[in-house]
Ligand binder design. Structure first.
Ligand code: 2P0
Length: 320
């Protein structure tokens, strides 16, 4: 709690991000401290815009994409709990206005950009003047992956070793990759899967296979950094795909089993492997859901669009 009286914030933006080396498993559930370091690429102008206005009312009022939400919604409770970290909840409430510019069809999670934008708005409202690294620590308290959304471009979340989590935050890598493309393939956005938070906890608690995950992730992180430095697309793609499939292997080895794939997810994988065999440099990654995110370079854009006409394309470093 800060003790400062908040004022209305500006509207703040944070980009969504897609992990090439995934965050899967916590060593501390309260503080969202990860078992492994992760690495993501942020999605440019796609993300969340959030503004905070103090209100004289006994509860928070939360608006998402122009609609007022019921306070009992889990989304509202998470936002209010996050605001409680900074305020005296007895006599300080906000109107939170938040809107996502993430394509709705994409099936992308918005908690990463959501809590990052909220952290930026809180910093403004309470005049905290936090550094980017401190903001990343704060965003992490809302949602682990949100610590990466404080930065843009390639971002590494250093796991840290302290028990208080102050060294567990993200950092921007300096390298850019003009021409890198991400294709969003919607398999099924309506499936109600186990959310990441409980899914990763179940994996940690029940999958013996999970013991090998930190080793896989550490090795993948190094390979990805090497690929980014060398602009070696093949190394980037195969490392990201291998990392995602390794994460899904730990999910499958959980009990009750966590199977995020739909039959169409597997169909897409086979299509990608076949295209790759035929010489098209294209890889995929997947999160805790049935949708695929394709990785390719703009030199292959035309052919990839021909193969996947329904795909939405994002160029994280701008159009080439
Ligand atoms: C990631 N995911 O690195 C991984 C890959 C999902 C699969 O970060 O409990 O919503 O809020 O810290 O950040 C999603 O997990 O979980 C996630 P919490 P979060 O992108």
């Amino acid at each position: 709690t800060t003790g400062t009286t908040p004022s209305a914030s500006d509207e703040h933006f944070a980009p969504s991000n897609i992990a090439l080396c995934k965050y899967w498993g916590k060593r501390d559930q309260q503080l969202n401290l990860p078992v492994n370091a992760s690495l993501s690429v942020s999605l440019g102008h796609l993300g969340t815009h959030t503004r905070l206005v103090p209100i004289d009312y006994p509860a928070d009022e939360i608006w998402l994409n122009g609609e007022k939400l019921v306070p009992s919604a889990p989304f509202c409770q998470r936002i209010s709990a996050f605001l409680d970290l900074f305020r005296n909840p007895d006599h300080c409430h906000f109107r939170v206005t938040t809107r996502n510019s993430i394509p709705t069809a994409a099936g992308l999670a918005s908690s990463a950009s959501g809590f990052a934008a909220l952290a930026l708005a809180v910093n403004d409202s309470f005049a905290l003047q936090l550094s980017k690294e401190q903001l990343s620590v704060v965003a992490r308290l809302g949602s682990g992956s949100a610590c990466r959304s404080i930065f843009s471009g390639f971002v590494e979340w250093q796991m840290g070793h302290r028990e208080d989590g102050l060294d567990s935050h993200a950092l921007a890598l300096q390298n850019r990759w003009p021409g890198l493309c991400i294709g969003l393939i919607k398999v099924d956005a309506s499936v109600k899967a186990t959310d990441s938070r409980s899914g990763m906890q179940r994996t940690v608690e029940t999958a013996h296979l999970y013991q090998s995950w930190p080793l896989q992730a550490a090795s993948d992180l190094q390979q990805l950094k090497q690929a980014i430095t060398a602009q070696d697309f093949e190394l980037l793609g195969r490392t990201a795909e291998h990392n995602a499939l390794s994460m899904h292997a730990t999910m499958l080895a959980s009990w009750p089993p966590l199977v995020y794939w739909q039959p169409d997810s597997l169909k897409m994988m086979h299509k990608i492997w076949k295209l790759r065999q035929d010489g098209l440099p294209i890889y995929f990654t997947m999160d805790a859901g049935p949708n695929l995110k394709l990785l390719f370079e703009s030199t292959s854009l035309e052919e990839v669009m021909r193969q996947f006409p329904d795909m939405e394309v994002i160029q994280p470093f701008g159009d080439v």
